[in-house]
Design a protein around this ligand. Structure first.
Ligand SMILES: [Zn+2]
Length: 254
């Protein structure tokens, strides 16, 4: 039951993220005005905005002018829903689930925007932190594990310290949005186990390096082309939530 509700909630949040990734980079409000067709200005009503189903029913086109809506809403809705379900399986119905869902939604929006604009809008990082950090604190207290709040701070400090160092050494290769995002990722991984921060960063950099080399090898990016790094940090962090503990155990017990 938790899984079903989480899946539906993920679809709705994913639908909202469609608005976020469109408007936040332009500095527009995510609340008003309501969504409208980019082609003819038709204001979208409830029957146009049911996640996935409306899109399928309308075959990805505006009800009135038949302008293409694009596949973006469906991709965002389904990926948010899938990530929320993965968290629900891991955390069940708990404060952690709320906290990590906030992280998942924030990272999907940030990754999407970074891929399209090579920016990580600070507003999204801050809103995610403003939602997620209090939820993580409540989760720690509810579990009678207040030490997790210290682990969270430690994780944030490790991630920020490391990324600030990379920022200084890379002389412009690393964006300041990545540095700004890093303590939040460190806080989440630190809440689980500060050792996971190293795993998350390692996976992010490894993936970034592999993709960077592939892009250069296939000629679609020069060495000077900035590769958006936010998605790699996001994937590294998400992967570390599941793979981090086995990785830490493997290194420590060899
Ligand atoms: Zn239209």
């Amino acid at each position: 039951m938790v899984i079903t509700y989480t899946a539906i909630f993920g679809l709705l949040i994913g639908s909202f993220l469609t608005v976020v990734v469109d408007r936040v980079p332009r500095g527009a409000s995510v609340v008003a005005p309501g969504s409208a067709c980019g082609g003819c200005g038709l204001e979208l009503g409830p029957r146009d905005l049911v996640p996935v189903l409306s899109w399928l029913f309308l075959r990805g086109k505006c009800r009135r002018c038949k302008a293409s809506i694009g596949i973006e809403p469906v991709v965002l809705e389904l990926s948010t829903s899938a990530l929320f379900v993965a968290f629900a399986i891991k955390f069940d119905l708990s404060w952690e689930l709320g906290a990590f869902a906030a992280l998942g939604a924030g990272l999907i929006a940030l990754s999407w925007i970074d891929l399209h604009t090579k920016r990580l809008p600070r507003e999204i990082t801050y809103v995610t932190a403003a939602l997620g950090v209090p939820l993580l604190c409540i989760a720690a207290l509810v579990r009678h594990e207040p030490r997790r709040m210290l682990m969270m701070l430690l994780g944030a400090a490790i991630a920020l310290g490391f990324m600030a160092l990379v920022y200084a050494l890379s002389k412009g290769g690393m964006g300041d949005g990545d540095v700004r995002l890093s303590p939040l990722l460190g806080a989440y991984l630190g809440w689980i186990n500060p050792g996971l921060v190293a795993v998350g960063l390692f996976l992010g950099f490894l993936l970034g390096a592999v993709v960077g080399v592939l892009l250069i090898a296939f000629g679609s990016a020069g060495r000077k082309t900035a590769v958006p790094f936010g998605p790699f940090l996001a994937i590294g962090t998400i992967a570390a939530i599941w793979l981090g503990q086995p990785a830490v155990d493997m290194v420590l017990h060899r």
